[in-house]
Design a protein around this ligand. Structure first.
Ligand code: NAP
Length: 296
């Protein structure tokens, strides 16, 4: 029951109405018998500063931040934790008695999703990864993979300059990892070599995602899985559809696959823990997410 004592949480984005976070978070809050409620608010870019002021005034315990506010919100917060600073984006804000601190839980969500696919006892030390895309999610993936001691990471982008910039920006924390920027292009020799070398290939582009542009569903990055190692993992950050063309092709060539659903759940679980001090029941979150995805 919502009462005057109920604490508030939310997600802000533009749009926000399709967010799956309210169903996941409210299910986990109910399972933990916590007196919180989690809602979604559409915030237009020009209203972002006012929204942050509003959360402060209304004493929200915290909120998630999604597209297009993840980078723009940073100047309006009182502190940014080191992971969010390096990734350059905030997806979770915690309000401690009026002090707003920004965090990024996407890297943690990605890595937990990765170990779920690889097996908890596997290690990234000595492994090679290929990241497709050089945007916000790619930055979180790169940070997460570097933190796990991945030996070599290729960053492939349609714009080589963007891939190169990312390697330069992350060079200061790359003591254990060799970073290599490449052009993401069918037929490119370096891209083919990276595809052959990769133990893990991550799609961090929106290619293949269902949404406004339904034709995009039949797209995929120009990876030739015929070249890939037979025991490699293809990891798509997309979760709608559950099996993208990228994952279908990987499966057809005998690779292991993982989609973005677990990453979404684990980034949400990490945020839940920051707000409530308790662990989230990720099984309950997954069931709620799957019901929402099935439109139930
Ligand atoms: P973003 O910041 O816009 O970056 C997208 C990247 O993909 C950029 O490098 C962009 O290249 C590239 N790209 C876009 N269209 C392309 C095309 N037609 N061909 C080749 N490259 C293309 O987006 P993001 O926030 O990183 O999100 C990327 C994906 O990850 C989305 O599908 C998102 O839903 C997913 N995601 C999932 C989770 C999860 O929890 N599962 C979390 C975060 C993101 P340019 O820079 O040249 O445009």
């Amino acid at each position: 029951m919502i009462t005057g004592k109920t604490q508030n949480l939310a997600v802000i984005g533009c749009p926000a109405e399709h967010s799956l976070s309210p169903c996941m978070q409210n299910a986990a809050l109910a399972a933990a018998r916590l007196d919180f409620v989690y809602t979604a608010h559409k915030v237009e870019p020009q209203d972002l500063a006012a929204a942050v002021t509003g959360f402060r005034a209304l004493n929200y315990r915290g909120f998630n931040v999604t597209v297009p506010h993840k980078e723009k919100i940073m100047p309006f917060l009182d502190a940014i934790d080191i992971t969010a600073q390096k990734i350059g984006a905030v997806n979770t804000v915690v309000n401690d008695r009026g002090k707003l601190t920004g965090y990024n839980t996407d890297a943690e969500g990605f890595i937990k999703g990765l170990y779920k696919a690889l097996g908890e006892n596997d290690t990234l030390c000595g492994k090679t990864a290929l990241i497709l895309g050089a945007g916000g999610a790619a930055r979180a993936v790169l940070y997460g993979l570097m933190g796990e001691g991945t030996a070599k990471i290729y960053i492939a982008a349609r714009n080589f300059i963007k891939a190169k910039e990312l390697t330069v920006e992350f060079a200061d924390i790359a003591s254990e990892t060799e970073l290599a920027p490449i052009l993401m292009k069918d037929g490119d020799a370096d891209f083919a070599a990276a595809t052959r070398a990769a133990d893990i290939t991550v799609n961090a582009t929106p290619l293949g995602m269902a949404g406004k542009d339904e034709a995009n569903r039949n797209n995929m990055p120009p990876v030739d899985f015929a070249l890939a190692k037979k025991n490699a993992l293809a990891y798509d950050l997309i979760y709608t559809p559950a099996e993208t063309k990228f994952l279908q092709r990987a499966t057809a060539h005998g690779l292991k696959t993982q989609n973005g659903e677990d990453m979404l759940i684990f980034q949400g679980a990490a945020a839940f823990c920051k707000w409530t001090g308790q662990s989230a029941n990720t099984t309950v979150m997954k069931e709620a997410l799957q019901r929402a995805l099935a439109g139930k």
